[in-house]
Design a protein around this ligand. Structure first.
Ligand code: GLP
Length: 249
């Protein structure tokens, strides 16, 4: 794993946007796997800025990691709404190239299979990931097993609690979601895991320097050959020695 530590999420976002530009410019039909949460916002801001500076996104396809079950795209806390607010409404990615799971599909199992087919026919060149406080990636929660395909997940209490900050009341936070599985994530050509803030320092150390374990889902990224972990000084806190240098694993 490559580790890059920045002075601020803003600087980190610019770096990740530059990585995305390399992929976009080098592919005829670039496919980006995208994430939600507060962490990738500086990346989206920088990508929008690059677009305003001339980067064309009209050949890009995007595939999002996950969506809450029960929230339709008009709900301000749905991940679809989030993506339109932070990225899609500011750039020229064609609407028909944008994919998110449908959290209000009448047949959710069929929706999972539909999403797997989309992923299968659009292999992901660059996968952006955040990380939950418990180590989840997408909504692949810590468990005895990790599932390979797109699936329905019961969110863990700590995830519901952590995501409650985006809702008026914890009771409004959906308890289930649809998430891309770990196989789709690991099949991406390149993965960028982003994390900022002190509350992510412990789980980043466990994921990056610990054993590969299903109860630390992000640790499976150690099995991939091209992962860049993008941190700020706070989230990197437990990877550094007293003199501020990266500890060896
Ligand atoms: C949600 C998303 C994850 C994201 C996580 C962290 O649970 N499903 O993909 O990584 O939130 O959120 P934040 O970046 O706000 O800490």
């Amino acid at each position: 794993m490559k580790i890059r530590i920045f002075n601020s999420p803003h600087d980190a976002g610019i770096y990740v946007a530059a990585l995305a530009e390399q992929i976009i410019e080098s592919r005829r039909k670039p496919v980006l796997g995208l994430a939600t949460g507060s962490t990738p916002i500086p990346f989206y801001e920088a990508l929008v800025h690059l677009h305003q500076c001339g980067l064309d996104l009209s050949r890009v396809t995007t595939i999002n990691l996950d969506e809450y079950i029960g929230l339709d795209s008009s709900h301000p806390q749905s991940y679809s709404w989030f993506m339109w607010k932070h990225l899609f409404s500011h750039v020229n990615i064609p609407k028909e190239n944008i994919y998110l799971p449908n959290g209000v599909a009448t047949d959710l199992e069929a929706e999972c299979r539909r999403y797997d087919e989309i992923i299968h026919s659009h292999p992901i060149h660059l996968q952006i990931l955040g990380i939950g406080v418990n180590g989840h990636i997408g909504f692949n929660e810590p468990d005895d097993t990790l599932l390979s395909g797109t699936h329905i997940v019961e969110l863990r209490p700590e995830t519901v609690m952590s995501n409650a900050r985006f809702f008026n009341d914890i009771g409004e936070v959906p308890k289930r979601a649809i998430t891309m599985g770990v196989q789709a994530i690991l099949q991406a050509d390149k993965i960028v895991l982003m994390a900022f803030g002190r509350e992510k320092a412990k789980i980043i150390a466990k994921s990056v320097y610990g054993e590969v374990r299903t109860d630390v889902p992000a640790s499976i990224l150690n099995l991939h050959k091209d992962v860049t972990v993008v941190l700020d000084r706070d989230s990197a806190g437990e990877l550094l020695d007293e003199s501020g240098r990266l500890r060896t694993k």
